[in-house]
Design a protein around this ligand. Structure first.
Ligand SMILES: Cc1cc2nc3c(=O)[nH]c(=O)nc-3n(C[C@H](O)[C@H](O)[C@H](O)COP(=O)(O)OP(=O)(O)OC[C@H]3O[C@@H](n4cnc5c(N)ncnc54)[C@H](O)[C@@H]3O)c2cc1C
Length: 526
């Protein structure tokens, strides 16, 4: 009897849902099996406290690929992105640096700090735009293997080579610098205002256990620059209803193409018969068979837990064991009785409808990292804050607010390990840090949720709590993600594919790995 499904997708994170939608759209019979009672993985919304809805983990959108929005018609399925207007960096002495979407306003504000930086800013923006355009095609590409002699790989490498040759010498050299330098060193070449350098450098450290002075972080900065909303480069926004509505829209699209989605369906193992994946066994013992299994779980979980080393070639298993996670990020979600009142810009205003970054200087960020390097959490962490209810009032009761605080560094391998006391101590460090700039914060807090890397691992299954299913560092990207020779979603087990952020082009609410995995599967099964 033929198996009831063409493909089982293990995990209903947004990438699993994207893969399922593309496969179902191509006429495949697909079932998604999600371990939790809700889909979305790290892109989910939840009413944690009555009346207050949070994007519990990921909180802003930018990288979601425009072709996915189009192909899956996500706006019709409920996706609505609201743009973020600004980034405010409050400074210790009561001043601030604001970056506005409006060009002239932004230039005036930069000139207040440094005329030289105001002059350099446009040129920097143009170069980053060009660099993003140079790298962006790679986001939509199944990575060719430079060590392979197959005609398909050679042709793709030749196309890539001619793409980069087309950049011209100057831009190619700039790209090389971005790939190799630290974000702090790179930004030193452009700007002198500490808060500007630090706020930009912060994009280079998100999700990694690296500091702004660590080589390679300039590329991560570029990765965050590649976002686009409605054709506007580098724009970041909120999904109305929180990031869970991105996943809900993708799930609705998948269902509209005929995909089945089962929640509370934890997969215990992938069934392997004669070196071929033939289905899965759920934790309750139910066996489900399919022609293919596609894993949205991260590479460690997929291969070492669900498959088992005994089924893997030795070199491949070693590669998976070496793949680095080292989660360093945490979230603090606050329900507030009133809006925060910043000393530097008192009262309500457009600055509360954008991002707020606690990154006064590069030294501040590097010192925060120093503590994490030796296994402690930062007592004065880097914070990236948004107040979604300022833009989307439905997230909180009238007059009250939800505040999302992304915080680094909170190393997974904390000295002595994470426990309730350490979690709350880190929550206190975050609140104390922010209260230095917004003194009414403490008294405004009605409820607080602190999410450490250990909580991220336990709740959504991201190994070591790494937000990207594995560090986004150069040695783990492109044809090396997750293992050299196995970056094309296919695995050494016949009929088993990967589709999560642990594959090219990596993490973020981007959907690209899910789409590329589906395209690889459709190509292989054509
Ligand atoms: C705290 C935090 C903040 C972030 N902030 C942002 C942000 O603001 N913007 C942004 O773009 N990105 C952000 N990210 C990163 C982004 O959210 C992730 O990279 C992305 O959501 C990962 O999606 P995914 O589908 O690849 O994997 P996941 O979201 O990890 O989904 C994997 C799914 O597989 C399921 N699963 C695992 N094992 C099994 C099993 N055995 N059986 C069944 N199901 C299983 C899991 O439950 C999960 O639902 C953040 C992440 C975190 C954690």
């Amino acid at each position: 009897m033929p198996p009831p499904y063409d493909a089982i997708v293990v995990g209903g994170g947004h990438n699993g849902l994207v893969a399922a939608a593309y496969l179902a759209r191509a006429g495949k019979r697909v079932v998604v099996l999600e371990r939790r009672e809700r889909v979305g993985g790290a892109a989910m919304s939840e009413q944690i406290f009555p009346g207050f809805t949070f994007s519990v983990f990921s909180y802003v959108v930018s990288l979601l690929r425009p072709e996915i929005i189009r192909d899956l018609d996500l706006p019709r399925h409920g996706l609505h992105i609201l743009p973020l207007e600004s980034t405010l960096t409050p400074l210790p002495g009561g001043d601030y640096l604001a970056q506005w979407n409006d060009h002239d306003q932004n230039r005036r504000e930069l000139a207040r700090h440094s005329l030289r930086d105001a002059e350099a800013y446009d040129e920097f923006g143009l170069l980053m735009h060009q660099m993003s355009r140079a790298v962006k095609p790679i986001l939509g590409l199944i990575p060719p293997d430079p060590a392979s002699l197959s005609p398909r790989d050679l042709a793709a490498l030749a196309r890539l080579g001619s793409h980069f040759r087309g950049l011209g010498a100057e831009r190619f050299h700039a790209l090389h610098k971005l790939l190799t330098m630290s974000s702090a060193d790179y930004l030193d070449e452009w700007f002198e205002t500490e808060a500007l350098k630090a706020t930009k450098a912060a994009s280079g450290i998100i999700g990694t256990l690296l500091g702004p002075r660590s080589p390679g972080t300039a590329y991560v900065l570029l990765h965050h620059y590649m976002g686009e909303i409605d054709g506007v480069f580098r724009a970041w926004g909120f999904a109305k209803g929180g990031n869970g509505s991105v996943s809900a829209a993708i799930a609705a699209a998948a269902r509209s193409f005929g995909a089945e989605i089962r929640t509370a369906a934890p997969v215990a193992r992938v069934s392997i018969d004669n070196r071929r994946a033939v289905g899965v066994v759920l934790e309750g013992g139910e066996e489900i068979r399919a022609k293919l299994v596609v894993s949205n779980a991260d590479p460690r979980r997929t291969f070492l837990n669900l498959v088992g080393e005994q089924h893997l070639p030795a070199g491949f298993a070693d590669g998976i064991r070496r793949f680095r996670f080292r989660g360093a990020s945490a979230k603090v979600n606050l329900a507030l009785g009133e809006a925060p009142n910043f000393t530097c810009l008192p009262g309500n205003g457009p600055h509360l409808r954008g991002a707020i970054s606690i990154s006064p200087s590069v030294e501040y960020l590097e010192r925060a990292y120093d503590e994490a390097k030796y296994g402690e959490f930062s007592r004065r962490p880097y914070l990236d804050i948004v107040i979604p209810s300022m833009i989307d009032p439905g997230m909180a009761p009238p007059g009250q607010h939800v505040m999302s605080i992304f915080a680094q560094y909170a190393p997974y391998d904390l000295n002595g390990g994470w426990n309730d006391a350490r979690r709350e101590a880190f929550g206190d460090a975050v609140v104390d840090t922010l209260a230095e700039y917004a003194p009414n914060l403490r008294s405004a807090i009605l409820h607080r949720q602190v999410v450490t890397p250990a909580d991220i691992e336990r709740t959504i299954g991201l190994s070591e709590g790494n937000i990207f299913q594995g560090e986004l560092t150069l040695q783990q990207m492109f044809f090396l993600r997750p293992v050299p020779g196995w970056a094309k979603y296919k695995t050494p087990i016949d009929g088993l594919y990967q589709c999560g952020s642990g594959t090219h082009p990596g993490g973020g609410v981007m959907g690209a790995p899910g789409r590329l995995a589906a395209l690889a599967i459709l190509h292989d099964s054509a």
